[in-house]
Design a protein around this ligand. Structure first.
Ligand code: NAD
Ligand code: UFG
Length: 336
């Protein structure tokens, strides 16, 4: 039996594929390469020590999906494929709704037609909005998303829950990621943002390597210890291991469950800067700027449910996240 990974050439998908290669599952990746390239898959094969099947295809193409399901005996899907840039989602909301919501509906229709009713979905802590207080728990009421990207995650969560309510044969895991950072220990795979990075860790890494002059710290007047924003950074390899655990739960039997994948520990922007300086031995110059619209002061998980029910726990700390980001950035200055 095989596992289909949509978006498996991307940042989190490629790390998850490497972790899955340690299991007995056959791996099939489907990706349209809109935000990734084939080289990441070559490196996944190199790190995993075995082959995988790749389809260059789009989740919005029912025809392509039907072919993939007809040619393979797919037991479950791990669904990463999505557009993910918060800023861009304000400029191109229809692209985000079509790709992330429309694409997911077409994928679910193809799965249903093929009799495959097991799925692990990439959601985001962004669904908690700004009204809830950290530590965030899965049973808190969801907030209002501050951007169209976040709205797509809220809708897809609802669609999956409605699907389960309509047919309890489905087995669904909704994973709310906190802030994925870091890279595989080998330095062979990592996050390769196109253009100037939006997120903190890749931005800092590019300052350290000299591609960018200084970090803009968005806000030093938040009600946090040092005034800068606090987030729950999670090592991407821990996150990948969380998918393997969620997959085993999904394979074990029907249900619809939501899990936070975070460490439970928040770090401020300045703490991340200091940890990265230590890991890289480079200075990270920074300047304070106004708060970034839509940002919250503090956001970290209560990961207790995933710890208890999935038997999973994030084990890598901020130091290791920075060391691994730095290794990836310094060895792959222009990405893949
Ligand atoms: P990524 O862009 O590196 O990976 C997504 C992959 O999906 C890319 O390889 C892209 O080419 C592919 N893709 C996009 N649209 C597609 C389509 N229509 N058909 C086929 N392939 C398509 O992003 P990532 O950081 O690895 O994120 C993976 C998932 O996790 C996404 O759903 C994202 O929204 C979610 N997520 C990411 C973060 C984060 O900070 N990285 C946080 C929370 C949730
Ligand atoms: N930050 C800076 N300078 C930068 C980039 C970020 O100071 O150049 C700060 C932000 O203000 C925030 C922290 O660093 O306090 C983390 O910012 P990121 O952009 O790395 O991460 P976010 O928490 O803002 O974004 C995450 C996910 C998104 C998700 C969003 C919703 O990466 O996918 O949460 O809250 F949509």
């Amino acid at each position: 039996m095989a596992i289909l990974i949509t978006g498996g050439a991307g940042y989190i998908g490629s790390h998850t594929a490497v972790e899955l290669m340690k299991t007995k599952h056959e791996i099939i990746i489907l990706d349209n390469l809109s935000n990734s390239n084939r080289e990441s898959l070559e490196r996944v094969k190199e790190l995993g020590g075995r082959d995988l099947k790749f389809y260059e295809a789009d989740i919005r193409s029912r025809q392509s999906l039907d072919l993939v399901f007809a040619e393979n005996n797919i037991e479950a899907v791990i669904h990463f494929a999505a557009l993910k840039a918060v800023g861009e989602s304000h400029e191109k909301p229809l692209d985000y709704y079509e790709n992330n919501i429309g694409g997911t509906v077409i994928l679910l229709q193809a799965m249903k037609a093929a009799g495959c009713k097991k799925i692990v979905f990439s959601s985001s802590a962004t669904v908690y909005g700004s009204e809830n207080t950290s530590p965030l728990k899965e049973n808190m009421p969801l907030g209002r998303a501050t951007n169209p990207y976040g709205t797509t995650k809220m809708y897809v969560e609802q669609i999956l829950q409605d699907l389960y309510a309509s047919d309890e044969d489905w087995s669904i895991s909704l994973l709310r990621y906190f802030n994925p950072v870091g890279a595989h220990k080998s330095g062979r795979i990592g996050e390769a943002p196109s253009g100037v990075p939006n997120n903190l860790m890749p931005y800092i890494a590019q300052v350290a390597v000299g591609k960018l002059d200084f970090l803009r710290v968005y806000g030093n007047d938040y009600p946090t210890d040092d005034g800068t924003g606090v987030r729950d950074y999670i090592h991407v390899v821990d996150l990948a291991a969380g998918h393997v655990s969620a997959l085993e739960k999904v394979l074990a039997g029907p249900g619809c469950d939501i899990y936070n994948l975070g460490t439970g520990k928040g770090s401020s922007v300045l703490e991340v800067v200091a940890a990265f300086e230590k890991a890289s031995g480079r200075a990270i110059p920074y300047k304070f700027f106004d708060r970034r619209p839509g940002d919250v002061a503090e956001n970290f998980a209560d990961p207790g449910k995933a710890n208890d029910e999935l038997g999973w726990r994030a084990v890598r700390g901020l130091e290791e996240m920075c060391e691994d980001s730095w290794r990836w950035q310094s060895q792959n200055q222009d990405g893949y």
